[in-house]
Design a protein. Structure first.
Length: 140
């Protein structure tokens, strides 16, 4: 393998991994915010579903701002991208809330909300990455 082909392969690998790493880091910040708010709302105020709707909604706005700044190249008007991002996030919220509701039918998962939220978040991660990439950059 020549140094030129190695360099090309290396840059290709970095180009593939780096956006997902940046996405994971910014999503991690928004997810931590989501988790803390969710658990506070659940343990002190609301049902799991209502807590999820509030915390997820707040986190999706934070996530948009972080990803606009650090992850994706904006290929459109900010307002349009924001609305499309929120549209796909609302689908994610619906899926997430349905999953939380379904998983909470199991007593163990109801008693361990942090674990329930982790299962749901891990499942929704890839949906969010590819829909946000499409919204921000117009490509998958």
């Amino acid at each position: 393998m020549t140094s030129q082909s190695f360099k090309k392969m290396y840059l290709g690998l970095v180009g593939f991994i780096l956006p997902k790493l940046k996405f994971a880091l910014t999503s991690g910040v928004a997810t931590a915010f989501d988790y803390v708010l969710y658990l506070v709302l659940f343990y002190f105020f609301f049902s799991p579903e209502v807590s999820n709707i509030i915390s997820y909604s707040c986190a999706m706005v934070l996530n948009f701002l972080l990803q606009k700044r650090f992850v994706f190249s904006l290929k459109g008007k900010t307002g349009t991208v924001f609305l499309l991002s929120m549209f796909f996030s609302l689908i994610g919220l619906t899926l997430s809330t349905l999953m939380i509701s379904g998983l909470n039918q199991f007593q163990f998962l109801f008693d361990h909300q942090y674990f329930t939220k982790i299962l749901v978040t891990g499942t929704i991660f890839f949906y969010n990455f590819y829909t946000k990439k499409f919204v921000f950059e117009g490509r998958l």
